[in-house]
Write a protein that binds this ligand. Sequence first.
Ligand code: ADP
Ligand code: ZN
Ligand code: ZN
Length: 811
Amino acid sequence: MIAQVIVDVPVSRTNRPFDYRVPGWLSPLIHVGSRVVVPFGPRKLQGYVIGITEDDGPEEALHRLKDVEQVMDDTPPLTPELLKMSEWMSRQYLCPWVTAVQAMLPAVLKGKAQKWLTASDLLDEETCSRSGLLWELYRKRQLPLAEVEKQFPDEFMLVPGWIHSGLLSTEYQVRDRITKKQQSFVRSLLTPQQLSESLASLSARAEQMRRVLEVFLQHPEQSFSVQTMRDEFGINRSALKGLEAKGWIAIEQVEIYRDPYANRRFQEKQKPDFTPLQLQALEPIITSIKESSYASYLLHGVTGSGKTEVYLEAIEHTLMKGREAIFLVPEISLTPQMVERFKARFGADVAVLHSALSQGERYDEWRKIIRKEVKVVVGARSAIFAPFENVGLIVIDEEHESSYKQEETPRYHAREVALWRAKENNAVLLMGSATPALETYALATRGRYKLLKMPDRVGNRPMPQVHVVDMREELHSENRSMFSRLLHEMIADRLKKQEQMVIFLNRRGFSTFVMCRSCGYTMRCVHCDISLTYHKSNHTARCHYCGYTIPQPSHCPECQSEHIRFFGTGTQKVEAELAKLFPGIRVIRMDVDTTSRKGSHEELLSKFRQGQGDVLLGTQMIAKGLDFPRVTLAGIIAADTSLHLPDFRAAEKTFQLLTQVGGRAGRHELEGDVVIQTYTPEHYSIQHATRHDYPAFYEDEMLQRRRTGYPPYFRLVLITFSHEEVPVVVRGAHVMGDFLRQKVAQTTILLGPVASPIARVKDRFRFQIMLKYRDEPNVAELLAQATAVFEEWNKQQKVLMTIDVDPYVLL
Ligand code: ADP
Ligand code: ZN
Ligand code: ZN
């Protein structure tokens, strides 16, 4: 038997399967999709079996093959569909196959091979006395080499000598980073009859042992954890050990799941009577689900139109068909509130994959899927890889969110992977948003997705009234505060009426850079060439790319002026200002500083929900998906900071943000107001957001995109090169650029090579090439060829090259 294995070395040289012989004793364990350990050169690596053949080659060829050393799981973690999908991804996104595979698995399974140091039998107490390291090894037998280097830096250099003299040896081992969580359970091995007899045979002084037998007499057929025995029945471990020795009970290790929701009760919830718009949207979706045929829908519904109820109903019909459902939400909207809605409806059938879970918790949720213990997965981007084998429905909520695009290899978009998966499984793809991505809406208007509309809020609640305030006029009227007079008035009004508000700070701009107001000098990172961000807590300026940090200077390095300070507004500053203007106001601030601790996000939100705050103040974090009945005012401090980014999606992102924030107000019985403060009130993204007019925004923005040659009219590929020396990186970029220029179609535009907008990161210079194409039937193949040419040249150099297909970040 021969296994074809791809190994965990993500470079193109190894980006193909290698043959290994499967020793007889392993053949019952190995399957296509198994994780294995294989020798590779001098190392041992983790690999994935992508094919198995019976050995039919010539004997001598077979002899040259090395053996698979280990099969790591009883059940292969990769289904045939996932394997096929990973191969497609590696072609589509030009990434090494193994990186696509790894993106599909929970982190704990990406076990890294580690070198271990092992003590031999020659090592005795006497030899050990010379050295702390040897003593440690004598006690523990084995230590990872990396740990040895850290713990015993002084002795590390002696290790080769000890290996030479036979005291120590090294080997590579691949181990899972986290083992399963286990608990000890106690079970009776006796029949009730035997229990009574045994009880009678015990002396009265063996009180603890007698109690154990009594417990089992009262609860036949039941087992108890050792912990329960202790806490509820007051039985200590030695009594259990004694009974185990007699052979009357068994103490066993049982694997348990770490369930972060274990101690929460979920109320069962009845579904509502659907509105006519919901029914109209549901009808074709349910028909497609019943037919088990491929179909894709874009549900364009305003915030509060009841989209989530439509998703839940679609999922229920999928389960009734005996099929499984994947529900994707942006990381940031995967709130406990959202999880509750699912658990309330589908109970224990739901697994939740959330990055706030610990690695162990994630792994446990994932195992519920592969063991077919659940039928619904709710999760962020990577939940699209849930190892179901009968997917009938994939829902993508807030499909326009940029977090569906992965910004590291493999640079996939979850929407595109979902499309592939839906077609492969004859499943239904249902995308929903109040502000669909332009690309998606364009395809929907051309009929590639069926467009479903829900233009009204549930219960005919009015859309909130939107007020736009021109901040330039505020300044003319001598108002230098960050709050316009209108917003000030409305905050005071809500405080009086004891209603709640959200105040939102658009921080996607360069809002906290350090600038000299005399000469305009801005502080930049010396390694990365981007503005440093001001951090108030310790008065430093810090680079968000590499962590470079310097104290906030008191004088401008250029002109010596004292007027150098951070520019723009942070959440802390808004909080301070609110406290000054409205004494006694209760502000709950949510930003990276207050939410970095696990669980703090949820704590703050539930405090707000319980009315322990008047204002929820925050950044992007509070714009999405939250649903608070008593919020009647949403204020946006500076709407246009995101308009001025060097990004062709700047207007689209601004429109989305304003719409989302507006959607937070007046969702229930109380009506709501939205105040947008801006320096460019005439901009079309702000104007259309004010009127909740997505189609009008779409028309205007499409004109812009056509004029400037951006998606959806053109598709993009961004190729980025980096190296410590400018001439080297420029040459590398030209090697690839020249090749492409010869091969691309006439209608394709090739921009560059030019320096990237962020020209240097961590002391590496960055250059880029951008392809803009309309008619390039085989882009992937073309890029693969160009990559080969580049890599041939790059053999002696160390230029890093990345390809981003349909990029989101253009910096
Ligand atoms: P969206 O996802 O479009 O923002 P939701 O599905 O969250 O909207 O619905 C908004 C609110 O309306 C929620 O509180 C939800 O429980 C409620 N809701 C949705 N559909 C109905 C309905 N048919 N009848 C009554 N209430 C509904
Ligand atoms: Zn200056
Ligand atoms: Zn830096």
